[in-house]
Design a protein. Structure first.
Length: 121
C-alpha cells in the first residue's frame, strides 16, 4: 500500500485589536522576556567574617583535674547548657586571662607539677 504525499496548508488569521493583543505585541512581549532572562543578575556581595583556624593539641593532666572537667560539664547541664570538654577548658582559659598578673601567678603556683609526655602503661 503506497502512501501518497498530500499537501497541507495552514492558514493563520491575523488578530485584530478587538480580539485582544496583536501579534506584534505578543512577539514584542516574548522578545522582552527573553532579553530579561538573559541579563545576568548582579550578585550582592556579602562580607563574611573570616573563619578562625582551629588548632588541635594534646596534653597531660592529673586525674583529679581531668575529673573536674566532668564536674564542670554536669554543673553546666544543671543550668541547661550542654558543653564539651574543650569548651570547659576554653572557658577556664578565658577566666585565667581576665585575672591580674599577681592572681594568675598565684593560681599557676598552686597547680601540681606533672611529667610531660605520655604516661607509661
Amino acid at each position: 500500500m503506497a502512501v501518497g504525499k498530500s499537501k497541507m496548508t495552514l492558514q493563520v488569521k491575523k488578530r485584530t485589536s478587538s480580539e485582544g493583543l496583536l501579534d506584534e505585541e505578543i512577539e514584542a512581549f516574548g522578545n522582552q522576556a527573553e532579553t530579561e532572562v538573559k541579563k545576568p543578575v548582579p550578585k550582592s556581595k556579602v562580607i563574611q567574617a573570616p573563619v578562625k583556624k582551629v588548632v588541635r593539641d594534646s596534653f597531660s593532666m592529673p586525674e583529679d583535674d581531668y575529673s573536674l572537667i566532668a564536674v564542670m560539664r554536669s554543673r553546666a547541664l544543671k543550668n541547661e547548657l550542654a558543653v564539651t570538654k574543650a569548651e570547659v577548658i576554653r572557658a577556664g582559659l578565658q577566666v585565667l586571662n581576665a585575672l591580674s598578673d599577681s592572681e594568675l601567678s598565684k593560681a599557676l603556683r598552686a597547680l601540681e607539677k606533672v611529667k610531660t609526655g605520655r604516661p607509661k602503661v
